[in-house]
Design a binder for this molecule. Structure first.
Ligand code: ACO
Length: 430
């Protein structure tokens, strides 16, 4: 998987006691639980590792996605993201993430058939979407309706049954676009457009978004392909915030709809999948290329963050951002150039030549250009995190299954360092 399989040992001297310990190193890591043997006395609980926000803690062993943040490498099951974006479809990649291998022709046909024939949702779903306020954020609607799906599929609770698990995986991947499009239609007051199983996964989503009076919606092939690539680029990103939420909630053996709702809720945050929405709002606020240097100065003064820049893992470049820039050109051929692109390009140019951004290793991430493409395609900004959620669903599910099948995993339950009050007592009343 990586080139880090170098077994060895770490010698530790505890200066408090003078004792020596030898900790095993596997795959470039020591086990945090091995620290527990390091004690000052028999009653001592043992040494903990303190790692707020998991900056340096591996929470699992995984075979799904490999990232080298310094080199800007992203691979799904060993395949470079660049090759997949060029030669595979989103559904191929979903299959790859879930099964470990790309599908052959027959498997791809069967998989596509399974997904495209599970796109409908129960009519009651429309009723509770109807209960949301007219200007409800579609991501809020998505999070709630995904969770609500668990009430329609009681078999989803059988998380130890591989067959039942796979049923929910298919349903979730198939129904996310339907819920997403229905959330949008609710906000615009348009009647819901039902799925069209003849179309591709992405083509059908565009159909449910944009179909009006035509008998059959025919997606523009360039936009259909571009959106498929965008979904594919978002399909997994190892142990990010939303995936960790998926694994964490799933580790309590919650059903996958509830766990996916938790993952989507994490994705909603502006520091994660909500960032693409914030990028657009930021570009609109900057308004013109002339205002870029002033805006960058404010960022450097710490007044605000440059949205769509920076990443916990990528410290050189985000390979997805490079692919997205190419996709943007194809999309603009069809839709016309998004005027915000000029501001984005100027912002990138100014930031990449600036000492602050160079020393802080801040580069455009996947969200920087994706929003500009989505907007050119006609999606309102509120839909951006929703689009991200559709793309990320196969990754969440692959990680969830891997977690359930991993004999080392238990319910996720971090420790804390208690730094509050010592024991004290209420005053006795007179
Ligand atoms: N603009 C300006 N400065 C930044 C930015 C930014 N976007 N991101 C980080 N910094 C600075 C911080 O101020 C800090 O500076 P300091 O050391 O001088 O105090 C330093 O860089 C490190 O920042 P952290 O917040 O510690 O970095 P972390 O790895 O925790 O955060 C994150 C990563 C959340 C992505 C951050 O870069 C950020 O907020 N970016 C903007 C939001 C965004 O685009 N999120 C999408 C991420 S990609 C995704 O989720 C799909």
């Amino acid at each position: 998987m990586t080139n880090q399989h170098e077994d060895g040992t770490l010698e530790v001297i505890d200066r408090r006691t003078g004792r020596h310990y030898e900790l095993s190193i596997h795959e470039g890591a020591v086990r945090a639980a091995d620290l527990r043997q390091i004690k000052v006395s028999e009653e001592d609980f043992g040494l903990l590792s303190y790692d707020p926000a998991y900056l340096n803690t591996a929470s699992c062993r995984s075979t799904i996605t490999y990232i080298d943040g310094d080199k800007g490498i992203l691979r799904y099951r060993g395949y470079p993201i660049e090759e997949l974006a060029e030669r595979a479809s989103f559904l191929d990649v979903a299959y790859l993430l879930l099964n470990g291998e790309l599908p052959d022709k027959a498997q791809a046909e069967d998989w596509t058939h399974q997904v495209t024939t599970h796109t409908f949702v129960h009519e009651n779903v429309k009723r509770f979407i109807g209960g949301f306020h007219h200007d409800a954020h579609p991501m809020g609607i998505l999070v709630s309706t995904v969770a609500a799906l668990s009430t329609f599929y009681p078999d989803a609770k059988s998380i130890s049954d591989a067959g039942h698990r796979r049923d929910q995986v298919v349903r979730l991947i198939a129904k996310m676009p339907t819920l997403a499009a229905f959330a949008y239609r609710h906000a615009t007051g348009m009647p819901y457009a039902y799925p069209d199983d003849d179309l591709s996964y992405t083509g059908n989503f565009l159909n449910m978004m944009w179909k009006t009076t035509e008998l059959k919606y025919r997606p523009d092939p360039v936009l259909e392909h571009a959106l498929d690539v965008l979904f594919l680029l978002h399909a997994d990103h190892e142990q990010n915030c939303s995936t960790s939420a998926m694994r964490s909630v799933g580790s309590a053996h919650a059903d996958p709809y509830s766990a996916t709702a938790a993952a989507a809720a994490a994705l909603y945050g502006p520091l994660h999948g909500g960032a693409n929405e914030q990028v657009l709002r930021m570009l609109e606020e900057i308004r013109s290329v002339d205002n870029v240097p002033g805006y960058v100065e404010r960022v450097k003064r710490g007044e605000l963050r440059l949205m769509g820049f920076g990443h916990r893992v990528y410290k050189n470049f985000d390979p997805r951002a490079r692919i997205i820039k190419k996709v943007a050109e194809e999309v603009f051929e069809v839709t016309g150039r998004n005027p915000l692109l000029d501001i984005a390009l100027e912002l990138e140019k100014v930031a990449l030549g600036d000492e602050y951004f160079i020393t802080h290793k801040l580069y455009p991430n996947v969200d920087f250009y994706s929003g500009i493409i989505y907007q050119a395609m006609g999606f309102p900004v509120e839909m951006f995190p929703v689009l991200f959620a559709i793309g990320r669903t196969p990754g969440w599910l692959a990680q969830w299954e891997e977690m359930l099948e991993d004999p080392e995993q238990k319910i996720a339950r971090p420790r804390q360092l208690y730094v509050g009050q010592e024991l004290r007592h209420l005053p006795t009343t007179a």
